[in-house]
Each structure stands twice: as C-alpha cells, then as structure tokens.
Design a protein. Sequence first.
Lengths: 150, 229
Amino acid sequence: MAEPHRRRRSISDIMRRYAADLEMLSEELGEALRAEGPSWDLKECCVEALCNVSVAPDEVVITADMPNTDPDTINVEQTNRDALEIRAEMKRKVRFQELGITHRDGEFRFFRCQTHVPVPVDMKRMKTTFKRGILTIHLPRTKGARTKVH
Amino acid sequence: MLHGLPDVGLVGLIATSHIISQMRLNEIAYVDSDLLPPVVVLHEGLPHSPLRIFGDSNLLATFGEAAIPADSIQPVIRKLVEWSQSKRVRLMVSMGGIPVQERQDLESVKVYGVASVPSLIKTLSDKGVEILHSGFLVGPYALLIRYCAERNIPAIALLAQSFYNYPDPEAAAAAIKEFSKITGIQIDVSKLVEGGEEIRLKARDMMKRTTEELNRMKKTQEYDLPLYV
C-alpha cells in the first residue's frame, strides 16, 4: 500500500516548531523550578517581595513591590555576576494574624527578593529610586562589539 | 452586576471586595465547576467555592478568590454571562486594570471605559469617562464584554491604569469612583486608599498566582498596537 503523501516542511517551519516547543518547555521548567514554597521565611522573619525584571535596549530595569518599607533600610547587593539580592526592613512588623491567618504563628520584619539579571550589565553604575512603595533599579547594559552596516 | 475577577493589579478583585464589604452584601450563590482549580476557600472554618456571587435586591457581585486557569476562562465566563442573562441583569460592570509602565510615577490614575453597545459608549462619554477607542483586551473582562455584546446585554468595563503584576488598591479606588459616577451608588474609598499598603502586603500571593495565569493567556498582548490599514 502506498504511503500517504506527506507535505514536506521547510527548515523555517521546523525551526519555528522547535522554537515554540522550546519556549513551552522552558516555561514549564521555569514553573517547576519556581515550585513551590511559601512566599515567606519564618526563620529569617522575611516575606518575598514581588519582583519584575525587564530588559530594554540600554538598560535592565528591576522593580520590587515593597509596601510598608522604611526606604532608609533598603539594601541592594550583588550576590553573583548576574544576580542581585534586595533586602529592606518594614516600617512595622507584621504578624500572621494581621494577614488573616490564625493557624500559624510568627512575624515578619523584612522584605527580600533575589533576582537574576538576564544580560550583562554594569553593576557599578546601578541607580535606584523608591516611590509609592516600589523600588526601581536601573542597570546600564554593557555594550558588545558593534558592526557597521554598509 | 459587578465582576471582580483576578486580573492585572488585582484591580477588579480589590474594588469588588471593597464594595461587597462596604455594602454588606451576602453570599447568594457560587460557581461549582470542574474547570475551577481544586481549591476551597475557608471562611470561619467553613468551605466556600473560589468563585462566589454576593448580592442584595439591587446589586450582584461576582468575586473570584483564585485565579481562573487560562484554559477555563472561556467556558466559565460564558456561563456567568448566561446566568446573568437568566437573572435579567440590567447592566454588567467589570472593573479592571490596564497595565502601564512606570505606574509608580503617575500622580493620578486615569480610568478608561469600554462598552458592549453604542448607547453605553455615549453614557460613558457623557459621564466623563475616556473611551478606549482601539487596542486589545485579553482575559476575563475581554470575554465578558464580548459575550455580552453578542447577546446584546448592556455591559461596561472600567479599566484603571495600574501595575501589571503588583496589587494596586489606588487603581481600584479610581475605578470605584467612576463606578459611582455611572451607577449613582456611592462608595467611600478612603479605607482603600489609607489601607493600601496593608492590602498590597496581603494580596502578594494572589497576585503571584494571577500573574502566572495572565502570562499563560498572553495578557501582554494588551501592549500591542492594533493593525488598521
């Protein structure tokens, strides 16, 4: 019996398919890696701040949502070549009960956020601002070699 | 009927929760579906559905306490619209956020309006709400407006400029103010503004889960430019 006719796929179709599969896999992997603990650490008395990293052509911008934070206590530290840790003290400590949880006991005094910087940046030129409880960190990107187009 | 479902900045959820509490609305119904996550919300030791309906004789409010999975949004919203139609709801109101970059630099929050029928566009304009003329909407509110338009049900969405993935009580307060202007139902938002930091702290986990679902439904398409040639 003759084999059913199969449409030949172009290299770009195949690459696109692979790219889509890869993207889905990396999303799943990311989720698996993020999985899955509480967003607080009783030992360290800290809660994890919501955090966002965006890459612009000239800089990487990291923001962190840190309500109830004393701005004078914010500390941003480079923990690795491509990683930052943000830590700040709350204006007042918060107990589980105040967050509506009665079956746990403990209090929180700090925000913490560890984040990966996805492209090379110049950490020495880091600039930070804090407004409406949002910490914004600007990290200029380091430039690679440039090619002139003729 | 109001809809407070998890979306950007949790604007609709925070706003609806505040209205339910201010107006002391009682739980009158809940959604039971295999499409919702296997979550039970405990209140005073008793189990509740993560998607409930509160109300009195004048106002109904949908309140979702767990992010609706991206794959389930269409059937869940379609059912909600059908149910509302069967109850002869006169106006559907969704309050939500429209993400803006550098939201923290905005001194005041703008609220944009969208409607399911032309007469409501005029009502919104007459009340001073700026119309979102073109662009994309993605997620529960997009579907609410679409399904209502298909059935000719009067519906509006009030979308306040907000953070994308941080809870935004200030945007919720701005949306409520517009809701009051349009419906004549007066809601005091001072608690929402004064207690904003506490709400942001409480809402972190909910925001995190919601962001995961928003990413799955490609919510960032709202930043895209529409193609009109």
